[in-house]
Design a protein around this ligand. Structure first.
Ligand code: NZQ
Ligand code: ZN
Length: 404
């Protein structure tokens, strides 16, 4: 495996009812909290009440910033930062999905420079400030199992004016504490549960598929988490209050991007790079964008990493071993594609974009953002503009798979 450094300071309190302990833990962060929520689910489902009741009991004053949108926007985050500043918050309490937690990270990093915008800090921006200074502590309470933002140092921010969705990486934005209570995910609807499942799967499998490194420990984690999500998402769709399903999906999400699973295999998050361009233009949910790309992407790169794809087919998708490797790989990818359909993701990218010019534009944008030479993005092979267009237009690669 490759050399790596591993740092993850997040304290995680995990399990049924853990939200009831938030008052006890929050005291250590100060007397004034800004609670950050999305567009209403936390209020509607009673999670906000649970949290505010405990903060009151713990003697913590709070204000609520409501309205973080899915694919959180620079303008909203900057407004929230001003509200936190006005309130003189000692810490942020992010109660919601990845969008809410990422927004809190954006507020946190720009908080001590009141005139700045979060966009100044975003990775690869020319004017990136890459804060070395102080940040505001964050308590994260995820209400959806998906991004793993509760245990990573990443915030993904959308600049709608520029049609750009970029990731901000900074060790200072790890949440200090994450309270992961799988019962909060009972109310997540079928679509979002499915999208969350695909997101988790991509988080633990991008570096699995995109690398030829021999990393049996990491690959074993990937194979176990992948199978866990394949098994439990359908259960959660059928029985939204099945705790066993929700706890296993939640823990999979929390582990996925914490560094342990992916380090040592390279960090090519190629599907993510392409998806971030899609949602910067189409404003679609992140997990859906990934699902629209993934089967086609896998077919495209499989011939370049056959050993890994054979393992995927046999160990993860349960395809019986036969002498015909290409056939086994093809069946594995098909079985995965059918799983996506079975969990209700039946759309294709052509439902959203039919114009090839637009696909080409997405390909160019993705390359521009990812690579300063403006030629390709990294995967197990370099992917040039034409390759990305082929992936996006879902030109079937069966022929290739058989011929190599
Ligand atoms: O806004 P509200 O009303 O809260 O509703 C949300 C939203 O409509 C709803 N929801 C959340 N929890 C719920 C619930 N509905 C009912 N019951 C609950 N318990 O779900 C919808 C989607 O929420 P969102 O936060 O957008 O979903 P997700 O967690 O998938 O986050 C997506 C964002 O995170 C970024 C994505 O690009 C996207 O912007 N990512 C962040 C990463 C990170 N920080 O590490 C990595 C990921 O790869 C990803 O890029
Ligand atoms: Zn993701």
């Amino acid at each position: 495996m490759q050399n790596f450094s591993l740092y993850n300071p997040v304290k995680v309190i995990f399990g049924k009812g853990s939200i009831e302990r938030i008052g006890k833990y929050a005291r250590a962060f100060g007397k004034r909290a800004m609670i950050v929520i999305g567009q209403g689910s936390a209020r509607k489902n009673g999670y906000l009440d649970k949290v505010t009741k405990q903060l009151k009991n713990a003697g913590i004053e709070f204000t609520v910033f409501e309205g973080i949108e899915p694919n959180p926007r620079v303008t909203t985050i900057d407004r929230a930062k001003k509200a936190a500043y006005k309130f003189k918050a000692n810490f942020l309490l992010a109660l919601g999905g990845g969008s809410v937690i990422d927004a809190a990270k954006g507020i946190s990093i720009s908080y001590f420079d009141p005139e700045s915008s979060v966009w100044d800090y975003v990775y690869l921006q020319n004017s990136s400030k890459k804060s070395q200074g102080k940040t505001l502590p964050i308590i994260a309470v995820p209400t959806i199992a998906a991004t793993g933002s509760e245990m990573d140092q990443i915030a993904v921010i959308t600049n709608w004016k520029e049609n750009k969705k970029l990731a901000l990486f900074n060790e200072k934005i790890f949440p200090s504490l994450s309270i992961v209570d799988p019962e909060l995910t009972y109310t997540v609807n079928k679509k979002q549960t499915a999208y969350g499942g695909v997101d988790i799967i991509t988080h633990i499998s991008e570096s699995y598929f995109n690398s030829k490194e021999k990393a049996p420990i990491q690959d074993g984690f990937t194979e176990t988490i992948f199978k866990t999500v394949l098994k439990y998402v359908p259960t959660a769709l059928h029985s939204p209050k099945n705790y066993e399903a929700r706890e296993n999906i939640s823990y999979s999400a929390t582990l996925a991007l914490n560094g342990i699973i992916n380090n040592g295999r390279g960090r090519n998050f190629t599907m993510h790079a392409i998806e971030h361009t899609l949602s910067a233009y189409l404003d679609i949910p992140h997990g859906l964008g990934l699902a629209l790309i993934m089967p086609s992407y896998l077919r495209y790169i499989a011939p370049h990493n056959p050993e890994k794809f054979y393992d995927f087919a046999v160990k993860i998708m349960g395809i019986p071993q036969t002498g015909n490797r290409e056939e086994t790989i093809r069946k594995g990818i098909e079985k995965y594609e059918n799983w996506q359909k079975d969990i209700g993701i039946t759309e294709t990218l052509s439902n959203y974009v039919s114009d090839e010019k637009m696909l080409r534009k997405f390909a160019r944008e993705t390359i521009k953002i990812k690579n300063s030479k403006n030629e390709y993005i990294d995967s197990v092979i370099p992917l040039y503009e034409d390759d990305i267009v082929k992936i996006l237009s879902n030109r079937r690669q069966q022929q290739d798979l058989c011929n190599r």
